[in-house]
Write a protein that binds this ligand. Sequence first.
Ligand SMILES: [Zn+2]
Length: 237
Amino acid sequence: MNPWKQLLDVQALDTSLTQLDHRERQLPERAELAEVEDQLAALRTEVAAVEGEKHVLDKEQTRIEDEIASIEDKISSADRQLYSGSSDVKELQALQDEIAALKRRISGLEDQELELMEQVEPIDARLAGLAERQAELDQRAVTLTAGIAEAEADIDREREEVRGRRAEVVADIDPSALEEYETVRGRLGGVAVARLEHGSCGACHMKLSAVEHDRILHLGPEEPVRCEDCGRFLVRD
Ligand SMILES: [Zn+2]
């Protein structure tokens, strides 16, 4: 058997393997997943910023509520004094004035709290929108990841099949020819063997000199012949 002709078959299978590797790296789902992950990262940054705004308002609200609670305590204690049975009119009047002043402060604080709550409302709506968008993107990422795994499994199956066929072909090939094939293939972009077509190299398309062409035609088909120009092995029919 002419090993160079067999190596053309090996080369076709090796090219398939290279294409499968390329297909695996370039799966469209992979690029889309990277984009979704970028969007998710940007979204998380935005959520953190909006939550920061909300946190400031929440803290302010808590401060106001604490202040209201402490004023209510003061009102209760003034109330107790007011109804403790004292008959000092001046003292009673002072207590009533104090209670009225404290109530006015509470009313002012409650207005402030309402204003804050109005500011929190659109922030909450924004956070809800962001959470919804995040859930969509998370779902998309899950779908894409599953799609990638499925495509990878398909490619693995194809690869195993090609490797099996390659092993069968290679088993019959002279090991030294195979070794030369591997060396040249590694050096010349994956193509080590080409057909001699009408006196030209099927890979680099250089026309052989008449002398070289004549010499080749007189050699046995198993004799290794290389293109004078690119150095690939030439297969003659
Ligand atoms: Zn050539």
